[in-house]
Design a protein around this ligand. Structure first.
Ligand code: GLN
Length: 322
């Protein structure tokens, strides 16, 4: 009802205003020069419920690139294309406890495969399984899935892509390790080009909230009952979001927030809140997707105000899946 809507809006506006003060504890990513242009003062959130209820607050209109959030999308596309068991043979599903761009586990014997699809090593390996000769051909199913979920085709941010490509020594180092270990299924250069492009797709917080809502609903679009992502793939993706989605802060995020989520160094966070069983009525008890943008990052590379805002909301509305 309109009353609920107004009440929700009031709360979320207050919380965003409060957590905006926390951005000073973080700073924007600098290792990709183009990302440095983001305004550290920005903070926005969009929440889309399964039943149509939605709230948006703060800086809602600012586009940002998917960055590591794209790792969830390419993993889904690869599972839909190659099958779940094939992908689980290709990458493991274990958290590393290390930074997203860590090389360490590729050196620790015995290494049978990259530890998970959400660190750079695993994500680059997943990207190497996408079929196609060129990076654009390989990204086509990624764009198609995004278009199905969002209702429009998002665009590549060429400036971010070029910046990322031209400052990619570490990802190239990871790529060469993967090549040496025989983990890559296709050409390294094309794989890296595809990876940099997937990270450079522009989205909004509403887009992330929509994707989160579909994942929360086990891959089904609640509007028409259409299965966009197979249930099993949606489930595994949420498991990975919970265990590996916030890099080496995933344990703390699961402890204090308790929601499957995936972050990116642009400051975006995609969260999927499945339905919960509750005695009393709380907002979004039947599940929702949440998109957050706050480019000031904490020391693990996650939006600092974004995480604190999510923690607050999860506590207030009892969103934890546990
Ligand atoms: N494009 C970034 C990288 O490869 C993505 C990392 C991230 O968002 N954590 O370094």
């Amino acid at each position: 009802t309109g009353e609920t809507q107004e009440w929700l809006q009031q709360y979320v506006d207050d919380w965003v205003a409060f957590y905006r003060k926390h951005i000073n504890d973080g700073s924007v990513a600098t290792y990709i020069p183009e990302l440095q242009k983001a305004d550290p003062n920005d903070l926005g959130i969009a929440i889309i419920g399964k039943n149509g209820l939605s709230v948006r607050s703060g800086d809602t209109e600012i586009p940002f690139t998917l960055q590591s959030i794209s790792k969830a999308i390419t993993f889904i596309v690869a599972c839909m294309d190659r099958g779940v068991s094939y992908m689980l043979d290709t990458v493991d599903v274990e958290p590393t406890g290390e930074a997203f761009n860590s090389i360490m586990h590729l050196e620790m014997k015995p290494v049978k495969k990259p530890l998970n699809p959400f660190n750079n090593a695993g994500a680059i390996t997943v990207t190497s399984t996408l079929p196609g000769e060129t990076s654009d051909e390989r990204l086509e199913p990624v764009f198609q899935l995004l278009e199905t979920m969002l209702g429009y085709r998002p665009e590549l941010n060429v400036d971010v892509y070029e910046s990322e490509r031209d400052s990619s020594t570490r990802n190239r180092a990871i790529g060469y390790y993967l090549l040496e270990m025989d983990f890559l299924e296709s050409d390294l250069d094309i794989t890296l080009e595809t990876y940099f492009k997937q990270c450079s797709i522009d989205v909004s917080i509403d887009d992330l909230a929509r994707i989160g809502m579909i994942l929360a609903n086990d891959g089904m679009d609640p509007k028409n009952g259409e299965e966009i992502i197979p249930r099993q793939v949606a489930r595994i993706t949420k498991v990975l979001m919970l265990t590996c989605g916030m890099y080496d802060a995933s344990g703390k995020f699961a402890t204090y927030v308790g929601i499957p989520a995936k972050s990116g160094v642009s400051g975006g966070i995609l969260a999927a809140v499945p339905p919960r069983v509750r005695e009393e009525i709380m907002p979004f008890t039947d599940g929702c997707g949440i998109g957050v943008y706050g480019p000031a990052l904490g020391d693990k590379g996650n939006s600092i105000a974004g995480i604190r805002l999510l923690r607050h909301i999860a506590t207030q509305w009892d969103l934890s899946i546990f």
